[in-house]
Every structure is written in structure tokens, then in C-alpha cells.
Design a protein around this ligand. Structure first.
Ligand code: SF4
Length: 402
């Protein structure tokens, strides 16, 4: 279980962020904001992929006017992304957005920040202080020599003080860096300094798969330490991939209920009785089309498969031309090898409908016995992969000094 740091809770529209609220997933549209229909279509797609909050750029007057049409029709809270022009923050508030993101590196006049804080306060709209290593305040770059974690945190804290000075505390903060260790260090430092909710992200992570790995490395490290209240994967890809990656990460960390298939599969080895990669690919396509939120295991052999995957809801292990279907590690049915995937999908559907107990009760009584006979035969033919008997004999020899 992850013990999360208890931060102050704020609300972005109807989504709570911080405190005991679930970690939320964010993403950002890539359409021109003035193209209202295209932007809304992307917002809906992002929501379908797992985004709880969507950020949209507000980079000119047309974009601000677009927001006025988008916000009332959006299925999720909308945050306006503001750079350089504080007046666009005021315009976005007028358009009805649920949150603002300000970059302290490029909106620097205290009077401007206070004007935005006052308008946001009137509308009960939170502000994210979005510090980014790539657009850090020049004075801080000069002071630290580079975008070091201390520089990012100092930038964030200076903005916090300005907002607090204006009586504004509906704040969340990000200190994004493109270098994973620096990103992690920045958030750790920040978390020690404030109790405001934190928005995690590795900035400019690049295209998948490396971009996903960088984001997972940074975001998961912090979430496992209890740091972080909302996340965004910044990928050079269709933003739907960002939302999906964020949702899947939270599901894998046990921070969000699984809403999609979790496929467990063995890496295959010389003992495999089938082409594991081909079977997994076929099964993945078939099972994803079913959209069942269950854990499915596909194992290359019946010798170790059902036992190694006993935590899975359902699985299949290959054995001598047959597929052994198992539920929670217990073999419930044996089918011809070429019908394995079909049988797996059919059983997965029934399991989702009827539950584990009912499907175990409906198990073929002879299946378990047939599976252990096959496993014994394979062991005899292929030998014990762990060579336990051989190793124990050698241990005894060494112990006895032979
Ligand atoms: S389940 Fe069987 S085939 Fe797959 S890795 Fe384990 S021993 Fe090898």
C-alpha cells in the first residue's frame, strides 16, 4: 500500500485534487483552441482514455473565445494554459475555465500575478504554478548556473509567496524537468517545503517508448514515495496515448481501479509448448476488443504456468498440443491447442459475468488431473528446469566434503 502525503485539497471543477482525493490524470489538447469542434472531440477522446482534467492552450484572443464555447460543453474540467500574457488568464477566467496554469518563468510582474489571483479568487478557480526547467526565470538560471532542482523550487516558492501575499491559496504546483533524476529531486524538495497538491510530470519526455519510460521512471518513483496528487505524461504523440499511459500507470500502482485488461504473460523459454508471442498477440487483440477489466495470464507451458500465474483471474497454459485453461491457478478446462485463444475469450466473458466462484464450481472435474498428468509427462521428457534433485545432491556432496 502506498502511504500518500496528505496535501491541501483543492477543486478543479468537480475533480478534487490533493488531500485524500484519488490521483487524477491530466493531458493537454493539441488542436487549435479556436477550432472548437476539433478541440472538443479531442477532449471527449481524452476523457474516454482516462483523463480526469484536460488542459487547453489559451495563447490568443481567438483561443480565449474558443474556451468560452468549449468549457460549457466539456465532459471534464478545463484548465487554461497561460504563458507571457496575464490578460489571457483574465480572459480565460471570463470564459469560465475551471483552472489556470501560470508559468512563473514568463509572467513575472507581481502586479499582474496579483490581478490574476484576485480574479481567480472571485471565481473560486485554482491556479497551478507550473515551473518548467526549459523556461526558468533568467535570474534563477544566472544564480544557479543551470536549471537545478533548487532553482525550480525557488521559482515555485517565490510564486507561492506572491499568491499567498494576495490572499490566494487555491494552489497546486509542478516543477517539471526533462532529466528524470533532477525531476524527482525537484519534487522531493518541493514536497518538503509545501503542503499544496503537486502535479507530477517529466517535461518534454519525447516520443514513446522512451518518453513513456522517462515519465514512468519519474512519476512512479514519486508516487511510490507518497508524493503527487495529479499526473501528466508529456509525450510527443497523440495525447490519447498520454491519458492512457497515465491511467495505466495508476492502475498498475494500485492507485486506480483497473478499467481495462491486465495481461500477464511469461517471457517464454525453451520449455514453451507454443509460440508464446504469437498466442499472446492474438489473445491481446481478442481480449482488448472485449474491454473486460480482468487480469489474464498466458503461459508457455503447463509445468510452471498455472502456479506462476495463480494470482491472475484467468489464464491459459500450453501443454502437448492442448491448452489448459485455469482460474486462480486451478485448471478448469482442457481444449485443443488451436482453440486455446477462442476458449480463453469465452471463459473470460463468463468469468466477468458470473464471477470466480461460479466458474470454479463449473470446472471440468477431470481437467486438473489431466493437467498434472501432462505436467508430469513434460517433466519426464524435458527434465526439471530447476534441476532441484541434481543441485540438492551436489549440496550434500559439498557438505560432506566429497
Ligand atoms: S511458463 Fe513455462 S514456458 Fe513460460 S517461461 Fe515459465 S517455464 Fe518457460
Amino acid at each position: 500500500m502506498i502511504e500518500r502525503k496528505r496535501t491541501k485539497q483543492i477543486r478543479v471543477g468537480d475533480v478534487a485534487v490533493g488531500g485524500d482525493a484519488p490521483v487524477s490524470v491530466q493531458s493537454m489538447t493539441t488542436t487549435k483552441t479556436a477550432d472548437v469542434d476539433a478541440t472538443l472531440a479531442q477532449v471527449y477522446a481524452l476523457r474516454g482514455a482516462g483523463a480526469d482534467i484536460v488542459r487547453i492552450t489559451c495563447n490568443d484572443i481567438d483561443a480565449a473565445q474558443g474556451l468560452a464555447e468549449i468549457v460549457p460543453r466539456s465532459p471534464v474540467p478545463i484548465v487554461a494554459d497561460i504563458h507571457f500574457q496575464y490578460r489571457l488568464a483574465l480572459a480565460a477566467l471570463e470564459a469560465g475555465v475551471d483552472g489556470l496554469r501560470l508559468n512563473p518563468g514568463n509572467i513575472r510582474k507581481a502586479a499582474h500575478i496579483k490581478a490574476v489571483a484576485s480574479a481567480a479568487s472571485d471565481r473560486k478557480v485554482p491556479i497551478r504554478i507550473g515551473v518548467n526547467a526549459g523556461s526558468l526565470d533568467k535570474d534563477l538560471l544566472d544564480k544557479y548556473g543551470s536549471a537545478q532542482p533548487q532553482a525550480l523550487v525557488e521559482s515555485a516558492l517565490a510564486e507561492v509567496h506572491l499568491l499567498e501575499g494576495a490572499g490566494f491559496t487555491d494552489i497546486k504546483i509542478s516543477v517539471k524537468h526533462s532529466h528524470v533524476p533532477a525531476m524527482v529531486e525537484s519534487y522531493r524538495l518541493l514536497s518538503e517545503s509545501v503542503d499544496y497538491p503537486l502535479h507530477l510530470g517529466v517535461t518534454e519526455a519525447g516520443p514513446p517508448p522512451a518518453g513513456v519510460m522517462k515519465s514512468v521512471a519519474g512519476i512512479a518513483t514519486l508516487l511510490l514515495e507518497g508524493i503527487g496528487d495529479t499526473i501528466r505524461f508529456s509525450l510527443t504523440a497523440n495525447p490519447i496515448e498520454e491519458a492512457e499511459a497515465g491511467r495505466r500507470l495508476l492502475e498498475q500502482l494500485g492507485l486506480r481501479e483497473r478499467s481495462s485488461l491486465d495481461l500477464v504473460a511469461c517471457p517464454s523459454c525453451g520449455r514453451a509448448e507454443v509460440d508464446v508471442v504469437a498466442v499472446v498477440t492474438e489473445a491481446q487483440q481478442a481480449l482488448e476488443a472485449e474491454k473486460l477489466p480482468i487480469q489474464v495470464a498466458i503461459m508457455g507451458c503447463v509445468v510452471n504456468g498455472p502456479g506462476e500465474a495463480r494470482e491472475a483471474d484467468i489464464g491459459i497454459a500450453a501443454g502437448k498440443g492442448k491448452g489448459h485453461l485455469f482460474i486462480k491457478g486451478q485448471v478448469v478446462r482442457v481444449v485443443p491447442e488451436d482453440e486455446m485463444v477462442e476458449a480463453l475469450v469465452e471463459e473470460a466473458r463468463k468469468l466477468a459475468d458470473e464471477g470466480v466462484e461460479a466458474r470454479l464450481a463449473a470446472a471440468d472435474a477431470s481437467a486438473q488431473e489431466l493437467a498434472s498428468t501432462t505436467a508430469t509427462e513434460l517433466l519426464a521428457a524435458q527434465g526439471d528446469a530447476n534441476r532441484a534433485a541434481e543441485r540438492k545432491a551436489r549440496v550434500a556432496e559439498v557438505a560432506e566434503g566429497n
